[in-house]
Design a protein. Structure first.
Length: 334
């Protein structure tokens, strides 16, 4: 099956179903049309699921049928059920589908940061080129600014500040990705800051302290930035190469996925901020602090690879429900 051609052929009826679902009042004829389109779309979704479909298309149709089902049955949506569906299906599926983009961003980001760190460490020419003072003991020494940064403010206020700042950086990387270059610039500047810090700490013989303070929160925090940057760049590439869809349709579809990722990352960055505010500056030994950060990182990656992969393959509750309804609501002669 040519999925793009199939979607193009039925796009008008799906748009009509969406219109009827959102319309506040329906006449008798419109109600009948809503039920008819709901049943047909349910059948079309079941057929698409059996033909290795585009996961974005499946997700959009599943959400449309969920809304139409509630309108058909006269049921009000349960906000908590929607929140549960978001975190069990929509968010992890969106992150999983963008996996190639954000893993690519992660590889390039870490390579740039490592390269800059190696260059800065022990290189007077690098310091001159980057405008770094010759004497950086106030930053890198024991009890210096690098360490006191994490403990000079109350833990709760610092966690809130970090959360806000990281959310802003991720939002910029996400939504400037449409223009590509601004998102790439934001990612580069963050890699530059990380590289300079690691190079200076390595030059001072305190790389162990660097990793002891960066890794507990940095693993999850940087992963969120990678996801934001990758999703943003994917949105920008959609403008360049929309595939067989029109640019407006492709951007609308990818824009919904980007917005889903943005909302989910707010919670991820909250967790990273709490770790940075309470775990990183704590008196716990560095291996314990790093282990806590590693557990958070592995939990997030496991969540994306587990729930995200299942949801992207169409095994979510909504998809199963619409498949069941397809068999129950088959129209005569169809």
């Amino acid at each position: 099956m040519d999925v793009d051609a199939y979607a193009y052929a039925h796009r008008r009826s799906w748009d009509r179903l969406d219109q009827l679902t959102r319309q506040r009042r329906l006449s008798g004829a419109e109600t009948d049309e809503l039920v008819l389109l709901y049943r047909r779309t349910s059948q079309q979704l079941a057929r698409l699921q059996s033909q290795s479909p585009d996961p974005e298309l499946i997700g959009g149709l599943s959400a449309l049928l969920a809304r139409a089902r509630g309108r058909t049955l006269g049921a009000r949506p349960d906000p908590w059920a929607e929140v549960g569906l978001f975190f069990s299906h929509r968010f992890p599926a969106a992150v999983y589908r963008a996996g190639l983009w954000w893993t690519g961003v992660a590889v390039v980001f870490l390579a740039v940061a490592a390269g800059l760190g190696t260059w800065v460490s022990g290189s007077a020419a690098a310091r001159d080129a980057l405008g770094i003072p010759a004497n950086t003991d106030v930053l890198t020494g024991p009890g210096g600014q690098f360490e006191t940064y994490y403990s000079e403010h109350p833990h709760d206020a610092f966690a809130a500040q970090v959360w806000t700042n990281n959310a802003w950086v991720s939002a910029v990387a996400l939504f400037t990705g449409l223009l590509i270059l601004p998102a790439a610039y934001v990612l580069f500047m963050n890699a530059l800051n990380l590289g300079i810090s690691s190079g200076l700490m390595a030059d001072a013989g305190r790389l162990d302290a660097f990793f002891g303070f960066i890794l507990p929160h940095g693993m999850l925090e940087l992963t969120a930035v990678f996801v934001a940057g990758g999703a943003g760049l994917q949105l920008g590439w959609t403008l360049i190469d929309p595939g067989r869809m029109s640019r407006a349709q492709a951007l609308a579809r990818q824009g919904r996925a980007t917005a889903t990722i943005a909302l989910g990352l707010v919670v991820v960055l909250l967790v990273a901020g709490l770790i940075e505010g309470f775990v990183t500056p704590s008196g716990l030994p560095a291996p314990v602090r790093i282990a806590i950060g590693l557990v958070a990182e592995l939990a997030f990656l496991g969540y994306i690879l587990g729930a995200g992969r299942r949801a992207a393959r169409g095994v979510a509750v909504t998809d199963r429900r619409t498949s069941d309804e397809h068999s129950e609501n088959r129209l005569p002669g169809e």
